[in-house]
Design a protein around this ligand. Structure first.
Ligand code: SAH
Length: 256
């Protein structure tokens, strides 16, 4: 039996509290126990009487199971993710545990509270790079083989999708981003606009526009989201202002 327990999987948005939806704020305020990656939990305002259970970045399965066990005892639990919990984050980890775990977890009240995902926050800083068809890909090969990443990059670039690259690089994965850029150059001109958005919505936010030729020489880290344009993506330079990057809503040709 659920015993009144509830588990909410809550998106915090990219960082700035203004990006937290009222629904997310209410859900967090009414939780009795909070679970999540430590730095994300640190963004959640403290409410008296709430327990906090920070965990390491890599422990998503264990964190999801611990949160579900707690909810199954009747606790109102909130599990937090940066951005949107359904985008390379905790929502799928919770579903995996519910599918594999004890039957009682299927009776729990589970809610998913969306948040603004990084690609939307980065896109909004620079114009409309996602204005035409696009896709999102995680460059992390922790949960899939690198060959699959390459196959998807080939498919996406050759089909004319703008590509949002999550998890471009980390200390444990230093070479993947460079390889991905090499791969994309097989399909796209060197002049293709590329947007780097770092720590968007935080005090150290930085957004940079470059080209596919320069992309692998541009610093990226774990807090960076990269948007790779298409042949159609355009850069509008403006006097004294940062450029606008956009992908026109209409596609000119059927062949790319
Ligand atoms: N659930 C998150 C994504 C988790 S994967 C979301 O919806 O945004 C983690 C990756 O997201 C990072 O490696 C980075 O590529 C991107 N990211 C998360 N927050 C970001 C931010 N504030 N600015 C730029 N990229 C960010």
């Amino acid at each position: 039996m659920s015993g009144g327990g509830r588990i909410a999987v809550v998106g915090l948005g990219p960082g700035d509290p203004r990006y937290l939806t009222p629904e997310a704020a209410e859900t967090l305020a009414s939780a009795q126990a909070l679970y999540g990656y430590g730095p994300y939990l640190d963004r959640v305002p403290v409410h008296a009487g709430q327990s906090r259970h920070p965990s390491d970045n890599r422990e998503e399965g264990a964190r999801a199971a611990a949160a579900l066990r707690d909810a199954a005892t009747g606790t109102k639990v909130a599990v937090v993710s940066g951005g949107d919990p359904g985008v390379f984050a905790m929502a799928a980890a919770i579903c995996e545990q519910i599918e594999e775990g004890p039957e009682a977890w299927r009776a729990l009240d589970v809610v998913f509270v969306p948040g603004i995902t990084a690609m939307l926050a980065v896109a909004a800083k620079i114009g409309a790079p996602l204005g035409h068809d696009f896709c999102a890909l995680s460059l992390s090969d922790n949960l899939k083989p690198w060959e699959l990443v390459e196959r998807r990059l080939d498919a996406a670039a050759s089909a004319g999708f703008v590509i949002a690259l999550y998890n471009p690089i980390s200390r444990a994965r230093p070479w993947q981003f460079g390889k991905a850029v090499e791969r994309l150059r097989r399909h796209l001109p060197e002049t293709t606009p590329v947007v780097f958005g770092r720590a968007v919505g935080r005090s150290d936010e930085h957004v940079k526009v470059t080209t596919l030729a320069e992309a692998d020489a541009t610093p990226a880290d774990m807090a960076t989201l990269v948007i790779v344009g298409t042949r159609e993506t355009r850069v509008i330079t403006r006097p004294g202002l940062s450029p606008l990057v956009y992908t026109p809503r209409a596609a000119a040709e059927a062949s790319v």
